[in-house]
Design a binder for this molecule. Structure first.
Ligand SMILES: C[S@@+](CC[C@H](N)C(=O)[O-])C[C@H]1O[C@@H](n2cnc3c(N)ncnc32)[C@H](O)[C@@H]1O
Length: 417
């Protein structure tokens, strides 16, 4: 194996430091600009090579001590070694780069809104029974091994506190060598625990009910089965103050602080609109805060999310203000004609973006469109479609929803001039 030595010039789009040496490019994870490093050259990657950090010979100015002992091994975080300021600025820069690639040179990219550690409310983990122990955690970066999570600086501490109890529970259920999925969500009703790839016996199910009691859980669900195993309290999240019961495994914004920032921008962007359509609405994260001031039509492809939202709205006696629809917006986007009923629109698609829907919005007369996205490249592609249809985008705000990861969330407001 060959080594390369040199100074990291910048951090690339996937979060790895970029080292250029003798006309070659090397991508070295866990490095910051200005680090002088030795790295072991690995496989070809894109226009260069992946390289594993071997030694930091002298640290760059932004290097800090990572708070978590699992950092490097655990595949969850990429940036704990980088000072907050340059790290957040890197996220801003990723949005800027994506926009410039689509000819949005003049659009202002605001400073990234920071999100504190210990705040992530959803843990999506894997488990494996090995001899007498059960490992629970994330896979290592680029590997299959599970890094047994003893602590986590990203997750809500209530979720971290459940790791050992869930290990003990699974040690009684899983045969040696068997894997499981562990999905935990911190809700207002308590922790919602979903366990996947397990087939407990009747006696083990009884143990699980006792476990829920002992640890004061809201609910336990066997993922993929019909209905929960035990519900002690409804696992609710509140949007605009309206409680909505989370369907098992249903989409939630990962961080309450990021969600609050995004909701504020969505609501501010749509001030004055009275007939709003919320596309890719999930459980109504944006619909319910908006419904206080406007009639909202909410659309998503997931029937469980739509049902949860509509039930929550009806219970809060907001059913007259909120209507909902199950629809696949990739295959059957709302047409420009259908959009004619609305004077405000928010869309928050999955990572792939919403190309077909953006083409229809671009042909519509909706005066204000707020776009929320977890992927700058698809945001910029869809933004270009809107801009070519005559919409103006002045400013985009990055949000650090996925702290210490290379992922960037962002919000932009488009107006018809
Ligand atoms: C990033 S989430 C946003 C959810 C919601 N806006 C929120 O903030 O909680 C994307 C949503 O798109 C929905 N979705 C995925 N593919 C879809 C499709 N083809 N048509 C409609 N909705 C879709 C998912 O069910 C999910 O609720």
């Amino acid at each position: 194996m060959r080594d390369v030595e040199g100074v990291i010039q910048r951090v690339g789009g996937q979060g790895d430091g970029v080292l250029q040496q003798d006309g070659q490019t090397y991508y070295v994870p866990f490095t910051v600009p200005g680090d002088r490093v030795a790295a072991r050259i690995g496989k070809a990657r894109g226009d260069g090579y992946a390289a594993a950090l071997h030694e930091v010979q002298s640290p760059g100015p932004g290097r800090v001590t990572p708070p978590c002992p699992h950092f490097h091994a655990c595949g969850g975080c990429a940036f704990q070694h980088w000072d907050e300021r340059p790290y957040l600025e890197w996220k801003r820069e990723q949005v800027h780069i994506a926009l410039v690639r689509r000819d949005f040179d003049g659009v202002e990219v605001a400073e990234t809104i920071a999100v504190p550690p210990g705040e992530r409310r959803r843990a999506d983990l894997v488990a494996l029974r090995v001899a007498k122990k059960v490992l629970i955690g994330l896979h290592e970066r680029d590997g299959k091994r599970i890094v047994n999570m003893e602590t986590c600086h990203v997750l809500d501490p209530r979720l971290v506190a459940m790791l050992d109890p869930v290990r003990d529970l699974l040690a009684q259920i899983l045969p040696v060598g068997a894997p499981a999925d562990v999905v935990m969500t911190a809700t207002d009703g308590g922790i919602d625990l979903g366990l996947g790839r397990i087939s407990p016996s009747m006696a083990q199910r009884t143990q699980m009910v006792a476990f829920a009691e002992r640890h004061n859980l809201a609910r336990i669900t066997l993922l993929g089965s019909d209905g929960p195993l035990v519900v002690r309290r409804a696992p609710v999240l509140r949007f605009g103050g309206v409680p909505v019961e989370l369907p098992p495994g249903g989409f939630v914004q990962a961080s309450p602080a990021a969600e609050a920032a995004m909701t504020r921008m969505v609501v501010e962007g749509l001030v004055g609109a009275t007939r709003i359509v919320d596309l890719f609405c999930g459980m109504g994260t944006f619909s319910l805060p908006l419904v206080k001031e406007a009639k909202v039509h909410a659309i998503d492809t997931d029937p469980n999310l739509i049902a949860a939202l509509q039930t929550g709205a009806n219970r809060a006696v907001l059913g007259g203000q909120l209507s909902s629809e199950r629809r696949d917006l990739f295959r059957q986007p709302l047409t420009a004609k259908e959009l004619g009923k609305f004077d405000g629109l928010v869309f928050d698609p999955p990572r792939a973006g919403a190309r077909e829907q953006a083409l229809e919005i671009a042909k519509s007369d909706v005066p204000v469109v707020v776009a929320v996205s977890c992927y700058p490249a698809s945001f910029a592609r869809d933004a270009r479609l809107l801009a070519d249809g005559g919409y103006r985008l002045d400013r985009v705000v990055p949000v650090d929803q996925f702290r210490w990861s290379p992922h960037v969330e962002l919000v932009g407001v488009f107006r018809r001039p």
